[in-house]
Ligand binder design. Structure first.
Ligand SMILES: Cc1cc2nc3c(=O)[nH]c(=O)nc-3n(C[C@H](O)[C@H](O)[C@H](O)COP(=O)(O)OP(=O)(O)OC[C@H]3O[C@@H](n4cnc5c(N)ncnc54)[C@H](O)[C@@H]3O)c2cc1C
Length: 458
């Protein structure tokens, strides 16, 4: 609970127009793309690091929880204010501070939307590789909070691979700067990686320096169509096992194909059991050679058709099918849970078959999407969270999917984070000593547990 005295002090920092405790604002900032519900006591919209530092100091002194929030699109309950308190929205700290292409970095405030940074960089012939499918609306702060990935992370790596520096307000209110603007910097502990993926549990990120990359000279995009999901999955492990690294290799099963087609009428092959959407980018002659080999492998593994995008418009259309998939599925039922188990790529065929069998065994409705080239599976489960019996089946299926991933040497999350959704499964992939070590770090940095309490640790 925020007392009247504390409320006055907080308004003293941000002003009455950026302190909100009306029910509409509270509800609009207390949800995310997971199913748990809770309510914040107030939502604050800081404009500067100094304001954030003052707010966090006051919250600490009063034992008030803080939940940092980008656009609330995370899929694991990371922005649910479980203990009430303050939601810190970064929607007004959304400026691109600097783009420096000769030195290959960009500096942004946390509320900058990923897609806005991409647009700004494209004008200089550059791009920022981490591309969650939510890039048109998710923020760089949230991407850092979750260590987000995306389709082209197969070739380029995830958010942590592009972080050069961070400004962070610690739970004490102190401001630290970790990393730098240098592409090479091995000075001290790699603290950028400690905060990346910390889901707002260690501090509030107020400025982010990322590495940016020149756009590739050439791109080829194909859609390979299969009568059989096994053949689809085998193509993935065959291509990656041969040493070719496509920029992206996305899988969609029949359920996804048909729902996307119902919604968007893009001409997807409704009869197919699986499709692969594959991008190769880089220097023109290498792209030609690599894509020709991929097409050979797709056919050798049973593709019944391979369509190639002839121009940017056709490429965009194929990608629209993939990007709209999550939104289309999430409209099928009141709730949608996207799992994120990830396995070594040689295990993709076993995992895909296993996921389908588990979903069918528990009569759970789901389409299967995957950033298949890096083994990152997204069964998108649709259900009604008010239906206890249905949710028990969903929970049983989810647990079995994580157990299967762990048994194949995989992990719980490739990119969506742990949050509330997967905390209980940590012991499947982490031993007791490792979990205890993470708890020690959390306690050392945030002894009062004010930063996003209840998420994955402590
Ligand atoms: C349709 C759809 C498609 C998606 N596709 C992908 C995908 O391909 N790949 C992928 O990785 N994810 C994907 N996601 C998940 C989600 O978009 C990502 O996790 C994204 O990074 C969240 O960004 P956000 O701005 O919404 O952050 P939020 O959800 O608001 O926050 C995410 C986490 O970061 C913390 N946080 C936010 N800002 C700060 C800050 N300034 N300081 C400290 N902590 C902070 C929050 O407390 C929370 O724990 C998808 C989601 C949807 C709805």
């Amino acid at each position: 609970m925020i007392s009247e005295i504390l409320k006055k002090q907080l308004i003293g920092i941000v002003g009455a127009d950026r302190y909100k405790d009306d029910i509409e604002t509270i509800i609009a900032h207390s949800y995310d793309a997971y199913v748990v519900e809770a309510k914040a006591d107030a939502v604050l919209f800081p404009l500067s690091t100094d304001e954030v530092s003052q707010i966090v100091s006051l919250a600490g002194a009063n034992d008030i929880a803080i939940t940092p929030r980008g656009e609330g699109t995370n899929l694991s309950g990371g922005t649910i204010p479980l203990k009430g308190g303050i939601v810190l929205s970064f929607s007004k700290m959304n400026k691109i501070v600097e783009i420096n292409t000769p030195d290959r970095y960009a500096i942004v405030q946390p509320g900058v939307v990923n897609g806005d940074l991409q647009k700004a960089l494209a004008m200089d012939g550059f791009f920022y590789p981490p591309d969650p499918s939510s890039f048109p609306f998710s923020t760089i702060g949230g991407n850092v909070g979750e260590n987000a990935g995306g389709p082209r992370c197969l070739k380029y790596g995830v958010t942590a691979d592009y972080l050069l520096g961070l400004e962070v307000v610690l739970p004490s209110g102190k401001v630290i700067r970790v990393g730098s603007r240098n592409v090479k910097d091995v000075t001290g502990y790699r603290l950028t990686s400690l905060f990346c993926g910390s889901e707002g549990t260690l501090g509030v990120i107020t400025e982010i320096t990322v590495r940016v990359v020149a756009r590739p000279e050439s791109v080829r995009t194909i859609l390979a169509v299969y009568n059989n999901l096994d053949d689809t999955a085998r193509t993935v492990s065959d291509v990656i096992g041969s040493g070719i690294v496509p920029a992206a290799m996305e899988l969609m099963d029949k359920v996804v194909i048909n729902h996307v087609e119902d919604d968007a009428h893009l001409g997807l092959p409704r009869q197919a059991e699986g499709i692969l959407l594959i991008d190769v980018d880089g220097e023109k002659s290498a792209v030609e050679r690599q894509m020709d080999r991929i097409i050979e492998k797709a056919r050798a593994n049973g593709a019944i058709e391979v369509k190639e995008a002839k121009n940017d418009e056709e490429r965009e259309e194929l990608w629209l099918a993939r990007r709209s998939a999550h939104g289309v599925l999430s409209r099928l039922a009141p709730n949608c849970m996207t799992e994120d188990a990830t396995v070594p790529v040689s295990k993709v065929p076993t995992m895909i078959k296993g996921i389908r069998a588990i979903l069918d065994k528990h009569s759970v409705k789901a389409g299967v999407l995957a950033h298949a080239g890096d083994g990152n599976m997204h069964p998108v489960i649709t259900a009604d969270a008010r239906d206890r019996e249905e949710m028990e089946r969903v929970e049983a299926a989810t647990a079995e999917i994580f157990e299967l991933a762990a048994s194949l040497g995989g992990t719980l999350s490739g990119e969506h984070g742990i949050g509330l959704a997967k905390a209980q499964y940590l012991p499947l992939v982490m031993d007791e000593n490792t979990i205890e070590f993470m708890t020690t770090i959390k306690k050392a940095i945030d002894p009062k547990n004010i930063m996003n309490p209840g998420k994955f640790i402590f």
